[in-house]
Design a protein around this ligand. Sequence first.
Ligand SMILES: [Zn+2]
Length: 282
Amino acid sequence: MTDHVVRAITDDGSFRVITARTTLTTQRAARVQRTTGKTTEHFANLLTGAVLFRETMAPDLRVQVILSGAGGRGRLVADSHPSGETRGLVQLGKGSAPIELGGDARIMLMRSLSSGRLQQGVVEASEEGGISAAFMSYMQQSEQVVSMLAVDSVIEADQVVAAGGYLVQLLPEVDRSVLGVMTERLEDFRSVARWVSQDDFTPDLLMQELLYGIPYTRLEEDAVRFGCWCSETTMLGALTSLPHADIEELVKDGEVLEIECDYCHTEYKVAPQRLRGMLSPS
Ligand SMILES: [Zn+2]
């Protein structure tokens, strides 16, 4: 079974709904980053949230979400590409303390706008509301979109065994009486762990449960998978931030430079000649 998202709209035009299965994507990302304990759960949920947010607000653009742990201890990065490829990065604080919510924990969301500008905002990540509530308050505050969102994951022995979630977005045509019914229903869906942990879990199954008895039209589905879009060129691009003298030093050494991508751990061997190109005035 593959990871994907399914989109639907209720026939009365009140709600847009997106459901996601992200089990394999978050499992691979967590394995590559070697997460443990509570960090695994937060990481999986952050990645699922980033996918849902991109699919809703910027399906054709890239979305990055950064969670800074409580007490300034560590950060998690979720990075979702319009191709569906999604990657993440875990940077633990001193002593490899696990990432914790609550206190001064914050989530920063960034998405590029079609104009090329960057839309970004920061919200707090409380312990009780978790990552789901942080995404919801960002949608409300920065994007002025009322939505209900839940992301969940099932973790066993530091491995993600199931992950997914949904986002229900109110459309401007929303009928107030229908809104009441939906709000009440979603009380039962504050956590979706019960659904995502089912062996036969699919985004369509969750959609049917969420919209039970409400006529809706299923729109397209999109694939989601773990993937990194790094290349030798992007890795060299990162080197351009180094001081000129450091690059000169590397060229002088004449050794093949080994650079590893932090997101996927692919190793690149860069010949000194390629670095020399970076020194020539352009
Ligand atoms: Zn990579």
